[in-house]
Design a protein around this ligand. Structure first.
Ligand code: C2E
Ligand code: MG
Ligand code: MG
Length: 583
């Protein structure tokens, strides 16, 4: 309740006003008052005095009480009007209430006046608080307190108007936190919210106008930059904003690093309204995210057409996953000393019915981005387990390796693994899940728990593409791993740089020390095969030995004879030998 109320009396009897004032004071109300006896005085008081409550007589010689109430309602709709009059018929009182009076009191019984005014003012205050809350929910983000999309849309309208009049340029910058979904899953909602608050404070701290930053999606922010000069002048500011987002953060004793990508569209060059500029800034953002996450791009016309193609590819991939248009190829792995098959890796392939086939290096990251990797990964796991379980010969003992995306490292994937094993009948010890080194680095704490759960199911675990990240080696020793796969880039570099050989030797010896089997990926030449053997790798996988092939061919190889391989022959010879063996 306000301390000092403004009360407007609309009454032509000064004595009645005095009595009413006395009653209000007796109730303990503190107020200043003003009296209006005709319409001009009433209108002036409504405009200037801004009453919190209007107490209005019903019968006045020059002004009807109902008319006075309507004037007040029109000019100050939120201000309560209490009718205070001599005895009138009940139906008149009801009419007053129907036409908008807050209450009706008789001058002959003013004991109710104080409490009625108090209640009317409290109701208004309560309504205002609710309206403020609704306004906050409609226009502001509840986590960060920043303006939301609706709010920045309105604000941008004003900026455009001003820029048009002053003939200057504006920029709309869209920011998206890279892979924030796993931060959310990895550290939990509360800490992720804390991180978002922290990031929004950083953005505000270096934005030229803190009111121009909005949160418009789970991990998306917008910033309006007004009175900007050339593209060259904006560049350092956006770079600085990305740098600040990517800075080290410490939350609840944990180190957290989040990077962001951004896209910028300019008014009037790239569009004349918020909708078009937002669409173009977002297109530039997606392009930046796809080509170089952590960077930013200005919108250009060709970005839109590429975005269109990308969206088409996204929808084709959705369709491909739903309609089983993908298939699996299999690439055997070999024990270097003995020559026998020591595993087979399932690799997804997308041969489009129309158009060219798409490489996994394109569609796997795409599936991750559009949250389709869960469905794709589940399909790959089930399909591979069922296929392998139906083979015989060497194929009944070699482990089946299935790639697992960083997005699948979550508690929800554990029952999927159990179900795939159960329905295929494949023994858990024959399934090896491959997780890339980078996935482990991004997701350390939560990942460790998942890996332990998976290990409890009896499956094997491998680190894929090892040597591409910067693993903390003591962290590696805490992981329940069985195999370490040295990345192709290191194997390819062996012949060019002697230091690479030193790295491979160290990794191989470290892996063995930790009790893992060490496999060299991407072996393409006999020289490389010889080198990886000399450097201490146990196993090899690569085009030299066998490229990924369709299931039927892989099955024939795994069920056939492989003596020729042990003699170090080339793939063509191996195939020949296999053909000989099979006939
Ligand atoms: P990866 O798991 O490291 O698989 C090995 C990749 O190296 C495969 O590429 C394979 O075809 C290729 N490769 C094997 N030997 C050689 C060689 O001697 N030389 C060269 N240049 N390449 C060789 P691919 O099939 O294109 O797959 C690329 C990546 O896509 C895979 O790398 C894996 O990370 C991912 N991937 C493939 N299938 C799946 C899947 O079902 N789920 C998930 N999450 N990722 C998958
Ligand atoms: Mg792999
Ligand atoms: Mg690999």
């Amino acid at each position: 309740m306000r301390d000092n109320l403004n009360i407007l009396f609309v009454d032509d009897h000064p004595l009645d006003v005095m009595i009413e004032e006395f009653e209000l004071k007796r109730e303990g109300l503190v107020f200043v008052s003003r009296t209006a006896t005709n319409e001009p005085e009433l209108m002036q008081a409504l405009m200037e005095f801004r009453p919190d409550v209007v107490l209005c007589d019903y019968n006045m010689p020059g002004l009807s009480g109902l008319h006075a109430m309507q004037c007040s309602r029109r000019l100050r709709p939120a201000t309560p009007v209490l009718m205070v009059s001599g005895a009138i018929a009940e139906y008149t009182a009801i009419e007053c209430l129907n036409r908008g009076a807050t209450d009706y009191l008789l001058k002959s019984n003013l004991r109710r006046l104080g409490p009625a005014v108090r209640r009317a003012v409290a109701d208004v205050l309560h309504r205002q608080q609710l309206e403020d809350r609704i306004e906050r929910l409609t226009y502001y983000d509840t986590v960060t307190g920043l303006p939301n999309l609706a709010s920045i849309d309105q604000f941008f309208g004003h900026c455009v108007e001003r820029a048009r009049v002053q003939n200057c340029r504006l920029a709309l910058a869209a920011f998206d936190l890279d892979k924030f979904r796993y931060v959310d899953e990895g550290i939990g909602r509360q800490l992720a919210d804390q991180a978002l608050k922290d990031i929004s404070a950083s953005l505000q701290s270096i934005s030229p106008n803190p009111g121009c930053v909005a949160r418009v999606g789970a991990d998306q922010f917008l910033m309006v930059l007004s009175d900007i000069g050339t593209d060259l002048q904006i560049r350092p500011l956006i770079d600085r904003l990305l740098e600040v987002i990517a800075g080290p953060r410490r939350l609840a004793g944990r180190d957290l690093r989040v990077t962001a990508s951004a896209g910028v569209a300019l008014y009037p060059r790239d569009g004349a309204n918020f909708e078009t500029l937002l669409c173009h800034a977002t297109a530039a953002l997606h392009e930046a995210k796809d080509t170089r996450p952590g960077s930013f791009l200005f919108y250009r016309d060709d970005i839109s057409s590429r975005n269109k193609k990308r969206r088409q590819l996204e929808s084709d991939l959705r369709h491909a996953v739903e309609s089983n248009e993908l298939c699996l190829y299999y690439q055997p792995q070999f024990d270097i000393a003995g020559g026998q098959v020591c595993g087979v890796e399932a690799l997804a392939r997308w041969f489009r019915v129309e158009g060219k086939s798409i490489a996994p290096s394109v569609f796997i990251p795409l599936a991750e981005r559009i949250h389709l990797i869960g469905a794709l990964g589940t399909w790959a796991l089930r399909n591979a387990c069922t296929t392998m379980a139906s083979w015989s010969g060497d194929a009944t003992s070699a482990p089946l390796c299935v790639n697992v995306s960083v997005h699948q490292i979550c508690a929800g994937f554990t029952p999927v693994i159990a179900a795939a094993l159960e329905s295929s009948g494949l023994s858990p010890g024959r399934l090896e899940l491959e997780i890339t080194e980078s996935a482990l680095l991004e997701n350390s704490g939560a990942a460790l728990k998942c890996l332990r759960d998976w290990k409890r199911l009896g499956v094997r675990l491998a680190v894929d593409d090892f040597g591409t990240g910067y693993s903390n080696l003591s962290y590696l020793s805490r992981l329940p791993l069985d195999r370490l796969k040295i990345d192709r880039s290191l194997i390819q570099g062996l012949s060019q740089d002697s230091r690479v050989a030193a790295v491979v030797r160290t990794v191989a010896s470290l892996g063995r020390e930790l009790g893992f089997t060490v496999l060299a990926e991407g072996v393409e030449t006999t020289d490389q095969l010889r080198l990886v053997k000399d450097l201490g790798c146990d196993q090899a996988q690569g085009f030299l030995l066998m490229p990924p092939v369709a299931a039927a061919e892989a099955r024939a190889v795994l069920e056939g004879r492989w003596a020729a391989f042990a003699q170090g022959r080339q793939l063509a010879d191996v195939r020949e030998a296999r053909r000989d063996g099979l006939h």
